[in-house]
Design a protein around this ligand. Structure first.
Ligand code: DUC
Ligand code: ZN
Ligand code: ZN
Length: 486
């Protein structure tokens, strides 16, 4: 007589409140017991290994068309397989509206694409580039009610950016419907002015990308979006923060009691602008914002440590180093024409485990929080995901903390064809990965049917609850009994 479908035996298990050696009993895809001497129909030996919540990557681009019309190299199959091999069991990619698109049509299309291909569970964020009445008053509330409780807007990119009044409209909608607003914060004018001048003078190599996207452009945009959010009392999360100045702006806003969250990504911890300065090949390291310098990396580590930055995501944006992606005009491609973004779904957690946890920059709990738990809490899927606790989905990554891995593009499962982290030696690897109790990766082999991943309808999270702070002018309106209709 066995008590559970599966027992994971004798691993060092990071539960919600303590790390201890125990068995995990799994039944019906959920964690049913934590204890000693459990018996299961099948047993998985985890002695000497760490059993951690599966990772959650809440910022990745999958089967998404860029604003320049370039399709990224991964579809929902390759991206989710790559995620699984890197210990990530939930992804939240974007469903991207472009100008002129109907949000409802675009969303139906992303559902179709993901449903038949994803091998891990997934949610969606929206990208809003066309904040017209149909979008804000009809399609957006419907999408939010269907469990898509976050959306991203851009302050830069010619074809994506919203101006300040549009941003205020979007904030009003987010607040009204209980969604979290994610913001790509860079000052468009500074970037495009510099790019125009540089290109005119014949400076077109990838390295000029990092010059145009100045530190100040990130800091200015974060300060501006914080001011707009304060006017609306609208919670915001600044994605892919890369600079000390930007992090400081978030810290200051948080110290004032504003609901401002931040995210950083591997490229800001492990790459610098020097990586871009290698001729045309530098395109493989180009993303927006760009990697900075050692001081910027240090600021990002500090931000992760002290809570200015809540989550660590990949911003996986895979484009091949050829005419289908980075180089639409071959060697003649200017830095303004390259597809923006770097791959990182699979290496996100191994990089942080090896260089963050094992090197003593982060505790094990911080590693788990930054790579999994906080994503679940922030985006409304906690405690179904992001925690090892009774009743939670058995989404688990079993890490061999001593396994040494030499990184190469060939060992990875995405379609980018390169990795910015090639040649590094990492320690620690997720050798077995479970999704809802099914072993989907074990010792380098995939055992997951296409389309087994399920859509996650997410709940409103505390992160998207307004702080309840009114600016004096709004308070005055309320006093006059003329509150604004949002
Ligand atoms: N920057 C973005 O804003 N999105 C995708 C990739 C990138 O570099
Ligand atoms: Zn962005
Ligand atoms: Zn992105």
């Amino acid at each position: 007589m066995t008590d559970f479908d599966l027992v994971i035996r004798g691993g060092t298990v990071a539960g919600a409140s303590e790390v201890r050696v125990c068995d995990i009993g799994i039944t019906g895809g959920r964690i049913a017991a934590l204890g000693a001497g459990l018996s299961g129909a099948t047993t998985l030996d985890a002695r000497g290994k760490l059993v951690l919540p599966g990772g959650i990557d809440s910022h990745c681009h999958v089967e998404q068309l860029s604003s320049m019309g370039v399709m990224c190299a991964d579809d929902f199959y390759s991206a989710s397989v790559s995620a699984a091999f890197g210990g990530t069991t939930t992804i939240i990619p974007f469903c991207a509206q472009h100008r002129g698109d109907s949000l409802a049509v675009v969303l139906a299309d992303y559902h179709d694409k993901a449903r038949t291909k994803a091998v891990v569970d997934y949610g969606f964020h929206l990208i809003i580039a066309n904040p017209d009445a149909a979008t804000l008053d009809t399609d957006l509330p419907a999408a939010i009610a269907s469990g898509i409780r976050s959306f991203k807007i851009f302050m830069t990119y010619e074809r994506m950016r919203l101006h300040d009044e549009q941003i205020l409209d979007v904030m009003a909608a987010a607040r009204r419907d209980g969604a979290l607003l994610m913001v790509h914060a860079e000052n468009h004018g500074m970037i495009s002015w510099l790019a125009g001048r540089l290109l005119k003078q014949g400076n077109a190599a990838p390295r000029y990308h990092a010059i145009c996207h100045t530190r100040g452009s990130e800091a200015e945009a974060i300060q501006r979006i914080v001011a707009l959010a304060e006017l609306m009392d609208c919670p915001i999360l600044i994605v892919h923060v890369s600079t000390a100045e930007g992090i400081e702006a978030i810290r200051t806003a948080r110290a004032r009691g504003l609901q401002v969250l931040g995210e950083t990504c591997p490229q800001y911890l492990f790459l610098t602008a020097k990586d871009i300065d290698r001729g045309l090949e530098g395109a493989m390291f180009c993303c927006s914002p760009p990697p900075r310098d050692a001081a910027g990396q240090e600021a990002c580590w500090q931000g992760l440590k002290d809570g200015a930055l809540q989550v660590y995501s990949s911003d996986h944006a895979p484009y091949r180093f050829d005419a289908t992606g980075k180089l639409p005009k071959g060697a003649q491609t200017t830095f303004k024409e390259m597809a923006n973004g770097v791959p990182g779904l699979e290496l996100r957690l191994p990089l942080l485990f090896s260089e963050g946890y094992l090197k003593g920059r982060l505790t094990l709990r911080e590693f788990i929080d930054l790579g999994s738990t906080r994503h679940a809490q922030t985006y409304g899927i906690y405690p179904q995901k992001g925690v090892i606790a009774i009743g939670a989905d058995a989404d688990l990554a079993i890490w061999d903390p001593e396994k040494r891995v030499h990184i190469s593009a060939a060992m990875l499962h995405d379609n980018a064809g390169y990795t910015p982290y090639a040649g590094r030696e990492l320690t620690g690897w997720p050798v077995t990965v479970l999704s809802r109790g099914e072993v989907i990766v074990h010792e380098g082999k995939l055992n997951a049917a296409r389309g087994r991943g399920r859509f996650l309808a997410r709940a409103m999270s505390d992160a998207s609850r307004p702080a309840g702070k009114q600016v004096p002018e709004m308070a005055q309106l309320a006093e006059w009994n003329t509150p604004l209709q949002l």
